[in-house]
Design a protein around this ligand. Structure first.
Ligand SMILES: Cc1cc2nc3c(=O)[nH]c(=O)nc-3n(C[C@H](O)[C@H](O)[C@H](O)COP(=O)(O)O)c2cc1C
Length: 243
């Protein structure tokens, strides 16, 4: 019970106690980069709207949204992937201090990175990629074959044979630089917005998804290749054509 009391406290804000002048931002430390650099091959993505061929209204997309846990073997197109990435993290505007995106983020800190385990996307080798929102491009992290079983284990059986899997990591310092201990809540609230956009964008291109909060932290961090401290997984979502 004490343990639960502690975790409940972590969910609460203590905003009035936050001394912004004492944060790294307040003491003049430089802002961390808005996006991790890419030291491998970059693949520029097509214009995001090209994939949207339906005339599904927003009201119908909202009304019919649901979680999908069974997918066909069908490939997705690169246009569809481009649209889903833009809808979840696409950049609308860059200012000297921040980027403004298709999703909101506390203080426009955008502390999440988007990784993709690509199993079946036409024109893309299978493997691990990372979205570069500022370039609307993919960074090829690692070519991989036969990874689906390992991924399914890390996702505690939530891969569901999907064509691709979104995995979102948090880089907490992007938020802590500005908001110190308040960052925990802000990061998780941000993740909710991102996945909600994924659900709705999937409807637009005949895909389905399922939010995944239950995964093996160590296994998924290791598979993505993050250190589990300065960056770690917070959320995942398989995507495919619903069966
Ligand atoms: C934060 C969050 C975490 C979730 N984690 C899981 C999960 O680990 N496994 C799963 O099968 N569904 C997961 N879901 C999906 C929910 O089970 C699902 O949204 C709920 O049952 C309602 O169904 P619907 O989305 O079809 O309306 C998650 C949803 C949210 C919002």
């Amino acid at each position: 019970m004490q343990e639960l009391e502690k975790t409940r406290e972590m969910l609460k804000t203590r905003w009035p106690e936050l001394d912004r002048s004492a944060t790294d931002q307040g003491t003049g430390k430089p802002a961390p980069p808005m996006q991790k650099p890419c030291s491998s091959r970059k693949l520029v993505l097509p214009e995001p709207r090209a994939a949207v061929k339906t005339s599904l209204s927003l009201v119908d997309a909202i009304a019919s949204r649901q979680s999908h846990r069974s997918f066909s073997d069908e490939e997705l197109s690169i246009d569809e992937l481009s649209y889903l990435l833009w809808a979840t993290q696409g950049v609308r505007k860059v200012t000297p201090k921040a980027s403004l995106r298709t999703v909101p983020s506390g203080g426009a800190r955008h502390p999440l990175e988007t990784y993709l385990f690509v199993s079946r996307v036409r024109g893309l080798e299978s493997g691990l990629y990372r979205y570069l929102p500022l370039d609307h491009a993919l960074c090829e992290e690692r070519r991989m074959t036969d990874f689906e079983q390992q991924l399914d284990e890390a996702l505690l059986k939530h891969h569901f044979g999907a064509a691709l899997d979104f995995v979102w990591t948090a880089i907490p310092y992007r938020c802590e630089w500005s908001y110190s201990r308040e960052s925990l809540r802000l990061i998780l609230l941000d993740a909710g917005h991102v996945c909600a956009h994924l659900y709705l964008a999937c409807q637009d291109v005949g895909c389905g998804t399922c939010a995944v909060g239950a995964y093996d932290q160590q296994k998924l961090d290791a598979l993505v290749g993050v250190d589990g401290s300065s960056e770690f997984c917070v959320y995942a979502a398989p995507v495919g054509r619903p069966r």
